[in-house]
Design a protein around this ligand. Structure first.
Ligand code: IMP
Ligand code: MG
Length: 179
């Protein structure tokens, strides 16, 4: 285990099983219709690349990046769009892929934005969900795991841009961010 990790929350095996379960559900719901995966940079990259290899419909990819003003470890309500999609999404089935939903501010903003562009459907999937932290209401269609209110790192999730490369989801030692 990495020296800055207090404990492992979700193992590689558990991640794999959530990826397969979510992919099965999406394959079932889309029933062969084309899908545009909207990958939210940077944190959802590992999840998205694993997930897409289990999806069976005609699949295309695009990317968005947002940043939130405010403290390091939680998002404020002010979301800044740093990178937008490269295409018109009119009439398309959209799947927003996120690493984690916390307050809900980020996903609410992205979902509202895309819904106003006349997509055929907009679904959300997230690997992790911290329901106890929710501030705004947003419907999430596919969830890997609910986790408690602890700061998670690994498998895309960062603290100060580090730890994204860990193969599991862990809890960061408080001594790391209290320095
Ligand atoms: P929300 O807007 O509060 O729902 O926060 C979503 C974003 O905050 C995620 O995309 C992450 O970048 C970040 N975030 C929230 N909780 C965690 C965490 O426990 N570890 C790492 N990043 C987090
Ligand atoms: Mg993120």
């Amino acid at each position: 285990m990495h020296k800055d990790v207090k404990k492992i929350l979700i193992t590689e095996e558990q991640i794999n099983s959530a990826v397969c379960r979510i992919a099965d559900d999406i394959n079932h719901d889309l029933n062969g219709e084309p899908l545009l995966m909207v990958i939210i940079l940077k944190g959802s990259m590992p999840f998205a690349t694993d997930l897409m290899r289990h999806l069976t419909m005609p699949l295309t990819l695009d990317y968005m990046q947002v940043s939130s003003y405010g403290k390091n470890m939680s998002s404020s309500g002010f979301i800044n769009l740093k990178k937008d999609l490269e295409q018109d999404i009119t009439g398309k089935n959209i799947l927003i892929v996120e690493d984690i939903i916390d307050s809900g501010n980020t996903l609410k903003k992205i979902k509202t934005l895309l819904e106003h562009r006349n997509a055929k459907s907009v679904r959300i999937c997230t690997l992790l969900d911290k329901p106890s932290r929710r501030v705004v209401d947003v419907t999430v269609d596919y969830v890997g795991y609910e986790i408690p209110d602890e700061f998670a790192i690994g498998y895309g999730l960062d603290y100060n841009e580090l730890y994204r490369n860990l193969p599991y989801i862990g809890v960061l030692k408080p001594s790391v961010y209290q320095k």
